[in-house]
Design a protein. Structure first.
Length: 119
């Protein structure tokens, strides 16, 4: 036998409670506004920030390390080969870029790792 809703017991015989939404009271605590002259009690107890300490100058300065400059792979006048442009001759070198004149009087600037030296 089924009992009527909210009668105190559910269908399994356990105690049931009437849980209907009802008015909810919200309690707010109102704090008095602070004036511009009042200070926080924590502000008066705070410790002053320590000043950064200056480090003593080093007595022995490190000497600059000279990096080994790799020997250039190519030099002006070398015969080179490029897979797309074919055979050519190095006209100038700037850092790792070669200015190469290929067959047919075509001049290109190409990184040195894209060409091979013809022997």
């Amino acid at each position: 036998m089924l009992s009527a809703p909210n009668s105190g017991q559910n269908r399994c015989g356990a105690q049931s409670y009437d849980v209907r939404p009802g008015p909810t009271a919200v309690i707010l605590q109102v704090r008095p506004a602070r004036s511009a002259t009042s200070r926080s009690p924590l502000a008066s107890k705070s410790k002053p920030k320590p000043k950064p300490q200056k480090q003593a100058p080093l007595e022995h300065k490190a000497e600059p390390v000279q990096q080994a400059v790799p020997a250039p792979l190519f030099s002006v006048g070398d015969a080179v080969h490029h897979p797309m442009f074919g055979d050519g001759k190095v006209e100038s070198i700037q850092e790792n870029k070669l200015t190469i004149t290929f067959d047919g009087n075509v001049t290109k600037v190409i990184r040195e790792d894209f060409v091979t030296r013809k022997r």
